[in-house]
Design a protein around this ligand. Structure first.
Ligand SMILES: *Cc1c(COP(=O)(O)O)cnc(C)c1O
Length: 426
């Protein structure tokens, strides 16, 4: 068959784009070469509906071993009893938990999308907002912090079946204990979606949700630095509270209800090539090198947020406890859209993002979200952060100045040459 030069040349250009730029999208990262090598393998040819040892297809001996390794390593990383590594993405992981514990029309309570929540936490354009009845809590206008009193008040009024915590654009610690008290008072279950800070939680740099939250979902490609995918965890397995029984008439464990929700509930055949790559990334996470990486993420985020504040930028909540920050640009006279455009032209990639109580639409926004996991993987340290903020500030002060954009881009490209990305790829 003819080699697809068209696609391979586009992939090559994508590698070059990744190499020359400053990647500040908080949800992105660069996997190791071995993670990508494991992903591009013959297991993509294999059907393996079911779970290790219990498949609907023959020939699963090898994929059983690699999926089991992925599960065992994830259990070790997070110290949990149950892991399902099959969700194709974070959204599928959340869909599966909801499938396991909710019926259509049931109420859910999550963080407002415009205040940092995720689409899958009840947005009207997402399955979670269409299939279930979504309600939202938010952050305080002055402090930018989650309002737990309001969460409690809404929970008592609405009596949701599921409370969702976790976010895509919230830079502070979560009070899981408090959320559990609220959930217990209304008989709700909790899903903590740690898609963003999972890597910091894995290394004890942020509080662990496992003691308080019934289900924990995550992506594997953000701070965890694995292949694109999702995962579901249960800290301590328990009998499902809905009375769902096994064929033998015993009450099913929640783990078994969850397995059934992922397959056949939400998905078909698992992506065993991606699961192999998940296993590889989990081995990496168990290393001291990754521990150093996670600590460096925190140092870099701290240094970056200080640099922004010293230049008069308003960070929602005043700073960060994790790997990202949400910058409110309303005092800088530039929209999120305009800021994103100017920065991207200079090979500094960020995303525009609504800020709490934003008066602009999701297409324009008043803010940008900035994260450090990817540049930390490139090897940048806390001393480099002020320079990055300097470049960003220059562009945001004068976002239409093409000459300035061009000179910053040249400086960024030169700077990034010190931090080779995939040198093995030539
Ligand atoms: C990124 C993200 C997801 C979804 O992950 P996908 O893999 O893009 O489906 C879910 N929840 C939160 C909080 C996220 O930030």
């Amino acid at each position: 068959m003819q080699r697809d030069e068209q696609i391979f040349s586009i992939i090559r250009k994508e590698l070059e784009r990744q190499r020359r730029g400053l990647e500040l999208i908080a949800s992105e990262n660069f996997t190791s070469l071995q993670v990508m090598q494991a992903m591009g393998n013959v297991m993509t040819n294999k059907y393996a509906e079911g779970y290790p040892g219990h498949r609907y297809y023959g020939g699963c001996e090898m994929v059983d071993q690699s999926e089991q390794l992925a599960i065992d390593r994830a259990k070790q990383i997070f110290g949990v009893e149950y892991v399902n590594v099959q969700p194709h993405s974070g959204a599928q992981a959340n869909a599966s938990v909801m499938m396991a514990v909710l019926k259509p029309g049931d109420k859910i309570l999550g963080l407002d999308l415009s205040m940092g929540g995720h689409l899958t936490h009840g947005s009207p354009v997402n399955f979670s907002g269409k299939l279930y009845e979504p309600h939202f809590y938010g952050v305080n206008k002055e402090t930018g912090l989650i309002e737990y009193d309001k969460m409690e008040q809404i929970a008592k009024e609405v009596r949701p079946k599921l409370i969702v915590c976790g976010a895509s654009a919230y830079s502070r610690e979560w009070d899981y204990k408090r959320i559990r008290e609220i959930a217990d008072s209304v008989n709700a279950l909790i899903m903590a979606d740690i898609a963003h800070p999972a890597g910091l939680i894995a290394k004890g740099l942020l509080d662990s949700p496992f003691d308080y939250c019934h289900f924990v979902t995550t992506t594997t490609h953000k701070t965890l630095r694995g292949p694109r995918g999702g995962m579901i965890m249960i800290g301590k397995d328990f009998e499902n509270p809905f009375g769902i029984k096994t064929p033998k008439g015993e009450i099913r464990k929640m783990s078994s209800v969850m397995d059934l929700a992922v397959f056949p509930g939400v998905q078909g055949g698992p992506l065993e090539h991606v699961i192999a790559a998940k296993a590889v990334s989990f081995l990496e996470i168990l290393s001291d090198e990754y521990t150093q990486y996670a600590k460096q993420i925190v140092k870099n985020a701290q240094s970056m947020s200080k640099a922004f504040v010293s230049k008069g930028y308003q960070i929602v909540s005043g700073g960060t406890d994790n790997h990202l920050m949400l910058i409110d640009l309303r005092n800088k006279n530039v929209t999120g859209k305009k800021a994103e455009q100017a920065l991207v032209k200079a090979d500094i990639t960020v995303n525009k993002n609504m800020v709490p109580f934003d008066d602009k639409s999701a297409f324009v926004t008043s803010g940008i979200r900035v994260g450090v996991p990817a540049i930390t993987t490139r090897g940048l340290t806390e001393n480099h952060m002020p320079q990055i903020v300097e470049w960003i500030d220059e562009l945001l002060m004068d976002p239409d100045n093409e000459q300035k954009i061009s000179s910053v881009r040249t400086a960024v490209n030169q700077f990034m040459q010190q931090f080779p990305l995939y040198p093995e790829l030539g």
